[in-house]
Design a protein around this ligand. Structure first.
Ligand SMILES: [Zn+2]
Length: 208
């Protein structure tokens, strides 16, 4: 399997179900496999890469698969809407820092991931949960200053209210490098009232 020179094979494609609900990020190998399994219903977005396969023994022609940035697949989606309703995104720091735009929600400064930490708004020692709606991104300094106290006790103010991402939002948060067309597509599935919807819409507008 070879690809066109110049195409970036590290770029992931966004897989959706046949109704266009975002499912996951897939590598070019997974994308090609879906084509070979003949489960690709349609594609949208830009052409990511052309992957050249083996030579057909009968026709003598080399197979070429064109992979787009968004791929809708058939099958294996039974009950997925039900799952999504009760979906709870797993909590991890990479997704958490991305949810908060790599900004410390106490001092408002942006930091690299290495310098950030997970702060429990209501501390665990006070029965606070290790859950999306009780955790925020905080720089080390603010986290140390706050220590085992609530924001009120520490005289600190939260710049945003922590929220639990929906399934579509979590797909976005897991993306390593999200292309503009994939972003636009995902954004359409975010709740209108979501802070992430607001922030990313603004970012998209500055790109245009
Ligand atoms: Zn801070």
């Amino acid at each position: 399997m070879t690809a066109n020179p110049g195409s970036d094979l590290n770029q992931q494609a966004l897989r959706t179900d046949v109704s266009g609900m975002p499912l996951e990020w897939i590598s070019y190998r997974q994308a090609v496999r879906f084509y070979h399994l003949d489960v690709v219903a349609y594609t949208c977005g830009a052409l990511l890469y052309e992957v050249h396969g083996g030579i057909n023994a009968i026709t003598g022609k080399r197979s070429i698969v064109e992979v787009n940035s968004i791929i809708a697949t058939r099958g294996n989606v039974k009950g997925i809407h039900k799952i999504r309703q009760h979906y709870l995104a797993p909590l991890n720091n990479t997704a958490l820092f991305k949810r908060d735009g790599h900004m410390c929600l106490y001092c408002g400064n942006k930091f690299r991931s290495k310098l950030l930490s997970r702060d429990h708004v209501t501390p665990i020692s006070r029965q606070g949960q290790d859950a999306w709606n009780n955790v925020v991104t905080a720089c080390r300094r603010c986290n140390n200053h706050k220590a085992g106290r609530t924001p009120e006790e520490a005289g600190m103010e939260l710049l945003a209210i922590p929220f639990t991402p929906t399934h579509a939002e979590y797909v976005y948060l897991q993306g390593r490098r999200v292309l503009a067309d994939q972003m636009k597509f995902l954004l359409a599935h975010f709740p209108r009232t979501s802070p992430l919807h607001d922030r990313l819409s603004r970012e998209m507008n500055t790109l245009v």
